[in-house]
Design a protein around this ligand. Sequence first.
Ligand SMILES: COc1cc(O)cc(Nc2ccc(C(=O)Nc3ccc4c(c3)C[NH2+]CC4)cc2)c1
Length: 344
Amino acid sequence: MPQQVSPYSVLDGQYDLHETIGSGGFAKVKLATHLLTGDKVAIKIMDKRQLGEDLPRIYLEIEAMKQLSHQHICKLYQVVETDTKIFMVLEYCPGGELFDYIVERDRLEEEEARVFFRQIASAVAYVHNMGYAHRDLKPENLLLDDEQHLKLIDFGLCANPMGGLDQHLATCCGSPAYAAPELVSGKQYLGSEADIWSMGVLLYALLCGFLPFDDENLGALYRKIQAGVYENPEWLTAGSKDLLAAMLQVDPKRRITISQLLMHPWLTGGSSSANVDPSSKYKDPETHGVDEDVITEVAVHQGKSRVAVRQAVLRWSYDYLTATYFLLLAQKMKGNPLRLLPKA
Ligand SMILES: COc1cc(O)cc(Nc2ccc(C(=O)Nc3ccc4c(c3)C[NH2+]CC4)cc2)c1
């Protein structure tokens, strides 16, 4: 009887796998421990046979994730592919979904909504400036890390115009309640403009605890979105109503752009302006070079020269070394000591 190997044996020696924390259509997400650092990660596991014609979207998502390094975007650390499976090793976001955070509180106070929305706007501005659009922005795709920072996940529908993803895909896969009027009308649309609409629905959900456009009947929901008429509850301030109106513009050409959004007084105002994340904090390694302390820690642990380790890291192969590099860098950014555990 041949030795029965686990379907995850390709990860042996690199990760210990723990419980499953999420399973969607063609993917499941398991918690895991990166053995060299002892750090927790999330591993998204997909079966290539079940993916069928959706497989190209996964490769698009992976290529997009490799370009995106931002403090409010869930980081991709490593990709492992076998003949039947794809594993994406991802940043650990133990705080769960923003969706549940809102539901537990009914709705957020304006100040707290502002702090979260600034993080979302910062992530989306970065994605758009990198030439991408997310195209599925909703509270379920925003997770909280262990420091209550938001992390944007699931770029499975993202596209950059050069990416060649034909636009109609999103209409069948995005989430209708957050979908822009031009998208539900099946018109040609710009992903970046549709993202701003979705952010308007998101901000409304944060501030109100319910959706601006809602109906169990899909056709009725589409008509409400295309009409763009929604209630402004009495607790909304003038500033938030003004920003919502600028984002929930039915005509995409009249809709506020992400750069105008970042300068809107509702976003820049308030008492918490002190803790606006300095977006420069996150250094994109491919343009800022690699961190020498991390290189040294890996070189000493592996008994290799720093030159050899630096060259290997700079290949950005998204193998175990890339994951180890990013996890050690994250530890350093948190002010923790850099440590690699002795070989398991
Ligand atoms: C780019 O980031 C992505 C891309 C993608 O396609 C999917 C994901 N999905 C994730 C889903 C969940 C987690 C995660 O870390 N969830 C998590 C971790 C720990 C705990 C929980 C959830 C909830 N119970 C407490 C402990 C991370 C990525 C990301």
